[in-house]
Design a protein around this ligand. Sequence first.
Ligand code: HEC
Ligand code: HEC
Length: 188
Amino acid sequence: MFKSLFSASFGAVVTFAVLAVPAYAADDIETKVQVCGSCHGQNGVPENPATTPIIWGQQGNFLFKELHDYHSGARDNPIMSPIAKGFSLQDLRQIADYFAAKSWPAQQAANPAPSAPEESVMCRACHQQNFEGGAPAPRLAGLSDEYLLGAMNNFADGKRTNNLDMPGFMKSLTESQREAIAHYLSAL
Ligand code: HEC
Ligand code: HEC
């Protein structure tokens, strides 16, 4: 009698724990990402796309690397650095996976399709054929003209140093070539 009562209540505790853990984890990630939507947008479109990049549907490894870099100080930004420092690396991996699994927000394709500046051809080796991003490098297609140019200039001016290749590539371009590429990529 005692034994069966014990195992029944033990069984109930185990069942409760098994059911409760995934539900708790799901609530937990929603709580962690709540703050992100106020700038990166509730539906993937940033509130101010000129300064804030799209993170919905961006490459997961890249998202994690950027959050890691803000956390460690390898990439510095007065808004993102304190936010990333408030999370553990484990949380940041979970957050990166969460946003990578979302869909990139749809946008109206430019009509007529813009023609590719000659200097953008070499970028495809890493950023992929349609600039959709992949394992070696992030998606660039559809980020805003201003954000892209700002990021390219930050690499060229040595303000963003969290990658070994990008600063050299950006320095080899003139400011007007960078502008033309940013303009082209934002219209994809
Ligand atoms: C107060 C506004 C704000 C909030 C809140 C915010 N971000 Fe950001 N985020 C920005 C801005 C602005 C940038 C661009 C910073 C830069 O140029 O380095 C950025 C950049 C990023 C990047 C780099 C992406 C890229 O393409 O280079 C990632 C990843 C990111 N944010 C994720 C997050 C996550 C995840 C959260 C929530 C935990 C969050 N952000 C909350 C404003 C915000
Ligand atoms: C050898 C591979 C490689 C090539 C070639 C390359 N990139 Fe990159 N690019 C990267 C990687 C990797 C990153 C992510 C760096 C980091 O960790 O922040 C990046 C980041 C960027 C970013 C910042 C994106 C963001 O959301 O913050 C821009 C803009 C960019 N590249 C533009 C270009 C352009 C334009 C070209 C061609 C002129 C180019 N890249 C060529 C690998 C490459």
